[in-house]
Design a protein around this ligand. Structure first.
Ligand code: UD1
Length: 416
């Protein structure tokens, strides 16, 4: 268990580059199982979750080679179709191997995935979607067995636009003969990136980012080279860090339109956010102001993954800001840690009321999940005195080189 030590109150200046998106890289890595050709993924940083996914691929029989930020995967022979419980528990996205293995091998055996503890995280929509394609799925002794040697395209309507379920159905549908249509799919940029990768493999997938994703299954697939899109939550984290600590920073390799919900909130609070091409300039010269309620929504709404990060910014804003978490039922665990730093937060159920205080103070805090941990880093950068953040292994799941990047901006941050 690592500890980050941050002496807060230093303004941030300079530029920082956003790395490839974890939530794009993980389903794309699972998709590498679909072909025996070589897949080369650029800007695929060695995040903990990416490395764990690489180990799943290796165990299934794929060759996995890393060269800097480029990861090459060749699943020439898939020698196993099962993933052990311990590997499934490492992260939520392990569940996308269900659709990928079903498509490639006609069989998959997994258990329920792990990931950050944000309340109940069922996979009923994933399983219903695969069943609609003709997969036979049984569950016993904690294991999920999926027989899928005769999948056929079908219409699937998602009751909620689940990111993981949309991905799983897209992966499985590449091998289902005929046309699959996913109605009410997730519209996140990571879904579009997965579609782009699948098309590069030779699949016929269209509509991602819109209201229906269509897959014409059964096409032969081959290897491909693909560049992972920039991580919009990492971009949002750097933007929030400047808002909390003050200063002026260029966030490079970003897709401004993908963080527009976050930019809008920061502008409303009084920060300057200017966009030019793939660069977002953020500056904050004075104390920010509270904003209208921040309600998390599926994309393009305000992302649940940026909720904790923005809560840290609003903790010292002038006035009260209400947060409404609509995606996960239990996603305020960081609030208690922020209160150790002097924040005034009342959280109940899906609502949290943050009464801005003049300043936060350094304290001993603990990251209990990935984005909650990132929120604590943001808070500590703006706080007076020293904050020690334990549980940094959660943060490393999704941020690569965070310390070095923040240090290059002038933050006083080190590791114990
Ligand atoms: C993905 C992201 C995660 C992000 C989330 C929402 C990855 C690896 N993770 O998670 O960072 O916070 O999208 O943007 O990409 N649900 C069901 N049944 C299902 C599936 C989901 O009820 O079968 C519910 C979940 O409990 C949750 C909501 O739908 O309340 C959203 O979940 P989903 O979009 O599936 O998120 P993930 O794919 O798990």
């Amino acid at each position: 268990m690592g500890t980050l030590i941050i002496d807060g109150g230093k303004k941030l200046y300079g530029s920082v580059r956003v790395h490839g998106a974890k939530n794009s890289a993980l389903p794309i890595l699972a998709a590498c199982v679909l072909t025996d050709g070589e897949c080369v993924l650029e800007d695929c940083p060695a995040l903990r979750d990416v490395e764990a996914t690489g180990r799943i691929l290796s165990r299934l029989g794929a060759e996995v080679r890393r060269d800097g930020d480029t990861l090459a995967v060749r699943a020439g022979d898939v020698v196993r179709q099962d993933i052990p419980d311990a590997q499934m528990r490492e992260m939520r996205s392990s569940v996308t191997f269900l659709g990928a293995l079903a498509a490639r091998c006609g069989y998959a055996e997994v258990s329920r995935p792990g990931g950050c503890e944000l309340g109940a995280r069922p996979i009923d929509l994933h399983l219903a979607g695969l069943r609609a394609l003709g997969a036979e799925i049984t569950e016993s002794g904690g294991r999920i067995c999926c027989r899928a040697d005769n999948m056929r395209g079908a219409d699937v309507t998602l009751a909620f636009p689940s990111v993981g379920a949309t991905e799983n159905i897209m992966l499985a549908a590449t091998a289902a003969k005929g046309r699959t249509r996913i109605f009410n799919p997730a519209r996140e940029p990571e879904i579009v990136d997965l579609q782009d990768f699948l098309c590069a493999l030779g699949a016929d997938v269209r509509g991602a980012g819109g209201m229906t994703v269509e897959i014409e299954g059964g096409r032969p697939l081959h290897g491909a080279r693909h560049r992972v899109i920039p991580d919009r939550i990492v971009a949002a984290t750097y933007m929030a860090a400047v808002a909390a600590a003050g200063g002026a920073v260029l966030v490079e390799n970003a897709r401004p339109e993908q963080v527009s919900a976050v930019s809008a909130v920061l502008r409303e609070a009084g920060a300057d956010v200017c966009e030019q091409g793939s660069v977002i300039q953020v500056s904050a010269a004075r104390r920010l102001a509270a904003v209208r309620p921040i309600k998390t929504q599926p994309y393009p709404g305000f992302p649940t993954d940026a909720q904790s990060i923005m809560m840290s910014v609003m903790a010292t804003a002038r006035g009260a800001t209400m947060f409404v978490e609509n995606i996960f039922e239990s996603r305020y665990r960081h609030a208690g840690e922020l209160m150790r730093m002097g924040a005034d937060i009342r959280a109940e159920g899906r609502v949290a009321l943050v009464q801005g205080v003049e300043r936060l103070f350094g304290a001993e805090v603990h990251a209990t999940d990935l984005r909650g941990g990132a929120g604590l880093v943001v808070a500590a950068l703006g706080a007076e005195g020293r904050t020690r953040i334990g549980g940094t292994e959660h943060i490393e799941r999704g941020y690569f080189g965070l310390e070095e990047s923040l240090r290059s901006l002038g933050a006083d941050i080190s590791r114990e």
